[in-house]
Design a protein around this ligand. Structure first.
Ligand code: SAM
Ligand code: DTB
Ligand code: SF4
Length: 332
């Protein structure tokens, strides 16, 4: 295992990010093999349990109420419909179910109680459960932990310097506070960001610097390529070059050696060869299923075929559980 380092400098990260591509790929692959089972990829399914109508102004997001997008807005899904979706996801080979809600933050109301029941129900099916519900207090994080939540997704999205250009209705500090609440509750942390929003390479590496310099590295770091959605301020952003995704994944792998690096939104724009290079660069988890939250994602069968072609096997649920309880911070 590569020991984790928590005092990365911007210059160190930039040097890694700008390493000649094949050398970068080789270095990242070497770190990957020293810390993970090669060719094993964790598969999660995403389900939008509450869609649209969000009061925030995240300029990439089709679910912000203020943008005129064409999504299918709906209130919180029923318990039964969510259980059915979890069964389907498990049958399709997913070990983790991730429930997303278009909330700014969790409120202490009956909807939250219903989400806690969903977490319990999915946990009982032997699947890892992840939620992404917006900001959380420490008490709410504890309730989710007691319901059996395995992971909480809360992205920092970009660098601290670029944050206000993307979102104005909350700040970076708010996001870091929730991540800390999740960590204190003993839930694993999933936090990453998006590339392709007009940020510089410096912003990209500074985002990774924030994650890599946390006292405990997130167990999972999603790297999303922007999915430009009509009606959002980011609608006309050019497509992210595959090479940028590969560089970003490789840099994340080197500075977060023990973390699961998730090749997240944007796979519709990456052909199998580009995805293969991302896996070689250390990506070892994906979202499966034909929909992310509101936008398209490759079909189960397409991914199954890709796994066969590339010789990838899906990772079993709870394979990292023993590791999870080794974090010194969680025993405090
Ligand atoms: N409302 C909660 C929040 O903001 O944390 C949870 C849901 S939110 C949609 C989850 C994440 O999806 C965002 O943090 C962002 O990183 C990602 N996301 C949203 N829209 C996206 C897009 N168009 N392209 C890529 N990633 C996107
Ligand atoms: C993450 O980093 N990416 C996922 C998950 N965490 C919740 C969400 C991607 C959403 C892409 C846009 C959409 O489908 O609405
Ligand atoms: Fe709301 Fe989350 Fe979308 Fe921001 S990213 S608008 S908080 S759903």
């Amino acid at each position: 295992m590569t020991p984790t380092k928590h005092n990365w400098t911007t210059d160190e990260l930039l040097a890694i990010y700008n390493t000649p591509l094949l050398e970068l790929l080789y270095q990242a692959s070497t770190v990957h093999r020293a810390n993970h089972t090669a060719y094993e990829v964790q598969v999660s399914s995403l389900l939008s349990i509450k869609t649209g109508g969000c009061p925030e102004d995240c300029s990439y997001c089709p679910q912000a109420a203020r943008y005129n997008t064409h999504i299918d807005v709906h209130k919180l899904m029923t318990h039964d419909a969510v259980m059915q979706a979890a069964d389907n996801a498990k049958a399709g080979g997913s070990s983790r179910m991730c429930l997303g809600a278009a909330w700014r933050e969790v409120r202490d109301n009956s909807d939250f109680e219903r989400v806690l029941d969903m977490v319990k129900g999915i946990n009982e099916k032997g699947m890892e459960v992840c939620c992404t519900l917006g900001m959380l207090t420490d008490k709410q994080a504890n309730k989710l932990a007691n319901a059996g939540l395995y992971a909480y997704n809360h992205n920092i999205d970009t660098s601290e310097e670029n944050y206000n250009n993307i979102i104005s209705t909350r700040n970076y500090e708010d996001r870091l506070k929730t991540i800390n609440n999740v960590r204190k509750a003993g839930i694993t942390v999933c936090s990453g960001g998006i590339i392709g929003m007009g940020e510089t390479a410096l912003d990209r590496v500074n985002m990774l610097k924030t994650l890599a310099n946390l006292p405990v590295h997130p167990e999972s770091v999603p790297i999303n390529a922007l999915v430009p959605v009509e009606g959002t301020p980011m609608a006309n952003q050019p497509q992210v070059p595959s090479w940028d995704m590969i560089r970003m994944v490789a840099t994340a792998r080197i500075v977060l050696p023990q973390t699961s690096v998730r090749l997240s939104a944007g796979r519709m724009q990456l052909n199998m060869e580009a995805q293969a290079m991302c896996f070689l660069a250390g990506a070892n988890s994906i979202f499966a299923g034909d929909k992310l939250l509101t936008t398209p994602n490759p079909e189960y069968d397409t991914d199954r075929q890709m796994f066969v072609t590339l010789g990838i096997t899906p990772k079993a649920a709870f394979a990292d559980k023993a590791k999870k309880f080794n974090h010194p911070i969680e025993t405090v």
